[in-house]
Design a protein around this ligand. Structure first.
Ligand code: NAP
Length: 397
């Protein structure tokens, strides 16, 4: 199928519009839509938040009343949905030609969501609409790598963020690590957190750094921070033996009730109910009485031969029970090594500060390799300065 320069131009615009939902659509995908008549854009739409209008409906709603509903082409980054979810079917709405005047739909990519998967395109074709695509599929897919991963593999897309020195160290031998990088890098991390469905850390980082694992208005430069904070990412703690239940640890900042973010504590199936009750009793003190969705929840998963939690199971629970598309691992060398050993990291985001921490300082990830043949190859996808620090994004193969 060949597409014109205009087709590419309008799809690029739809992709830019989809980007506007990056921080707020979860668990839904980001989608953009442009309506075009006689080579002119007559309306634009994007999906902003789950439960609100999808991109196509938003674009139809924005259509000026003086525009006659005929000969309109819709450019949409993702196959229009065929099913009735939180909102109605977009494919059916577009296919209603007498009202919409849409005669052609150009789509960026098919929706891998099994509830859609080609059915949206079929509805449009059956209505007599000309349906063409995929167009700019790679760019359209990049908008929603987490959503597609969850739909296809029942696992989230895993980003691991780590602050390092120029000699690749992440904490002093004592565990001290605050702060290696500068304030602009830490603000940038707030953006990573804000676009994630969950932020994961290991128990030792939580005990050592007392991190809040939250998105914070005062540390963020995002214009729509208030909307983001209405549905903040989950705070996720991996704690095999539930050490967080020890009395001294129950006041940890991860339970900070001033954040609306739910706290999920993963622990092993061997942990006793009474220990879990100690953690869950914190719900009473924050005044959260919701049985359906309490502020603090404990999930039990199996352990592996390493004696630690099975990370595959953790990710499956996050995807299937909590609709996590993308998670951000922010932890020390031990748990990050566990994720890398299990082959579960998709993307590494390194903030490298122009400092040396020396050879006694801690490594980036505890991964034990002995021969050059075993080296793990990554592809650098982006490199830029953030303040005085270098940010490197790299993908695992
Ligand atoms: N530079 C940075 O960006 C950065 C970021 C975060 C932390 N840090 C620093 O890192 C240090 C802490 O790192 P750490 O390596 O000691 O601890 P960590 O990676 O934060 O946590 C490790 C703990 O997680 C638990 N865990 C649960 N499941 C696991 C699994 N499948 N694999 C591995 N661990 C699992 C284990 O304890 P259980 O078996 O008891 O559950 C393990 O001991 C601190 O000094 C902190 O300041 C640096």
């Amino acid at each position: 199928m060949t597409f014109s320069a205009d087709d590419h131009r309008f799809m690029s615009l739809a992709i830019q519009l989809a980007e506007k939902g990056r921080y707020t659509t979860r668990p839904n995908p980001c989608v953009g839509c442009v309506l075009v008549k006689n080579g002119q854009v007559i309306s634009e739409g994007w999906h902003y938040r789950a439960g609100e209008a999808h991109a196509e409906i938003h674009a139809l709603q924005q259509l000026p009343i003086e525009v006659k509903a005929e000969n309109i082409t819709a450019y949409v980054t993702l196959e229009p949905c065929s099913h009735q979810g939180r909102t109605g079917s977009c494919a059916m709405a577009l296919a209603d030609r007498t009202n919409t005047g849409i005669i052609r739909v150009v789509y960026g990519m098919e929706d891998p969501n099994p509830l859609v998967a080609g059915k949206g395109l079929a509805i449009l074709r059956e209505s007599g609409c000309v349906v063409e695509g995929p167009l700019m599929e790679q760019q359209a897919a990049a908008l929603n790598q987490g959503f597609f991963r969850r739909m296809q593999s029942q696992r989230p897309w895993v980003m691991a963020k780590i602050a390092t020195s120029i000699d690749g160290r992440t904490a002093m031998a004592s565990g001290e690590s605050q702060w290696i990088t500068s304030a602009p890098a830490r603000r940038d991390v707030q953006r990573l957190r804000a676009q994630s469905c969950g932020i994961i850390s290991g128990i030792d980082s939580i005990l050592h750094d007392n991190s809040r694992l939250s998105v914070r208005r005062e540390d963020s430069d995002l214009a729509n921070i208030d909307d983001i904070l209405q549905h903040p990412p989950l705070r996720v703690l991996l704690d095999t033996h539930l050490r967080i239940a020890d009395d001294d640890n129950l006041s940890a900042n991860i339970f900070d009730p001033s954040s609306a973010a739910q706290v999920l504590v993963f622990t092993s199936t061997a942990v006793t109910d009474s220990k879990m009750e100690k953690v869950l009793s914190l719900n009473d003190s924050v005044g959260d009485v919701s049985v359906v969705s309490p502020m603090i929840k404990v999930e039990q998963v199996a352990t592996t031969e390493t004696g630690h939690l099975c990370l595959e199971q953790v990710l499956t629970v996050l995807a299937t029970r909590y609709e996590c598309n993308t998670v951000l691992v922010e932890t020390g060398a031990t748990l990050l090594g566990g994720f890398i050993d299990a082959g579960l990291v998709d993307e590494l985001i390194i903030y490298q500060a122009p400092v040396l921490l020396g050879s006694d300082a801690r490594a980036l990830a505890n991964v034990s390799l002995t021969r050059m043949q075993e080296k793990i190859a990554l592809t650098i996808t982006d490199r830029r300065m953030v303040g005085d620090d270098l940010r490197i994004k790299a993908r695992f193969h």
